[in-house]
Design a protein around this ligand. Structure first.
Ligand SMILES: C[S@@+](CC[C@H](N)C(=O)[O-])C[C@H]1O[C@@H](n2cnc3c(N)ncnc32)[C@H](O)[C@@H]1O
Length: 256
């Protein structure tokens, strides 16, 4: 039996079956292909589609990260390194290692790190979050923004994050969630399902990427469900804090 058994097999198969292109390739291959393709448009689209609020969400997440006073951070699914850069700018002397499966996203991230003169404190690598080379118990904190939803095997990726954190170290995940309050829930759903994919299609030139975004958020086990997964994987003091009426949520926990 798999070592990872805390998510029901139904939830696991739903998560791994939500893929951008529905081809014969695995979710991991499709996700890599998708982010390699949209990489040049990714930052701009984030800004446009979130009306600039994404920057504020990452800043808030890093305020929570800073409270743990970490010296070493792993940023999983770092993408173009916005969260890693924000951490290095806000936390003096912290060292951030960013990992992403898309080489194109990493390339752009490296350019931004260089421009910000942070190359001595932010190092980026191409790598798979579900199979990492890092030693066990090596980071003070592991974080991910808008990344874990894209993992092929969510539990394996989170278990790897748990493995590489020192005992007593922390995890912070910023991820989209599904707003629950009427009438915001209904209004946001209409925007997210119908308008956002159209803008995304035009700007990113990928007809599927932003409908995948909607589908993957819908299928994601958010709030208490994600909190429960973290607890079962060996985190204590698990909390979640919805931002912007639940468009996204910050999850935190401490490795036992
Ligand atoms: C929506 S982007 C988020 C990027 C960045 N963290 C941010 O806040 O903008 C999701 C990222 O997850 C990465 N990703 C997906 N699966 C991954 C995996 N198994 N290992 C590492 N990175 C992965 C993708 O390549 C992509 O860059």
């Amino acid at each position: 039996m798999s070592k990872y058994f805390h998510i029901s097999s139904l939830t696991r198969s739903i998560i791994s079956s939500i893929k951008p292109y529905s081809s014969d390739a695995s979710k991991k291959e499709e996700v890599t292909q998708m982010f390699d393709g949209i990489a040049p448009y990714y930052d701009l689209l984030n800004k446009v589609l979130s009306l600039g609020i994404d920057k504020r969400w990452r800043k808030t997440a890093i305020k929570h990260v800073a409270a743990y006073k970490p010296k070493s951070i792993l940023d999983m699914a770092t993408g173009t390194a916005d969260l890693a850069i924000q951490a290095a700018k806000s936390i003096p002397d912290v060292h951030v290692t960013g990992v992403d499966i898309s080489s194109k996203m990493i390339e752009l991230g490296k350019e931004k790190v260089l421009k910000q003169k942070l190359s001595d404190r932010v190092v980026l690598h191409v790598g798979d979050s579900e199979n990492m080379d890092f030693e066990t118990d090596s980071f003070d904190l592991a974080m991910a923004s808008f990344g874990v939803r894209n993992f092929e095997d969510l539990e394996k990726g989170l278990s790897e994050m748990h493995r590489v954190i020192k005992p007593g170290g922390s995890i912070l995940v910023l991820e989209f969630s599904n707003p629950r309050t009427f009438p915001f829930k209904q209004g946001f759903e209409a925007y997210f399902k119908y308008l956002l994919p159209v803008i995304g299609r035009i700007k990113s030139k990928d007809p599927k990427a932003y409908s995948y975004l909607y589908k993957s958020v819908k299928a994601f086990p958010d709030y208490d469900k994600f909190g429960e997964i973290l607890t079962k994987l060996g985190f204590k003091d698990v909390t979640w804090k919805p931002l912007s009426l639940g468009i996204c949520t910050i999850y935190e926990g401490v490795k036992k």
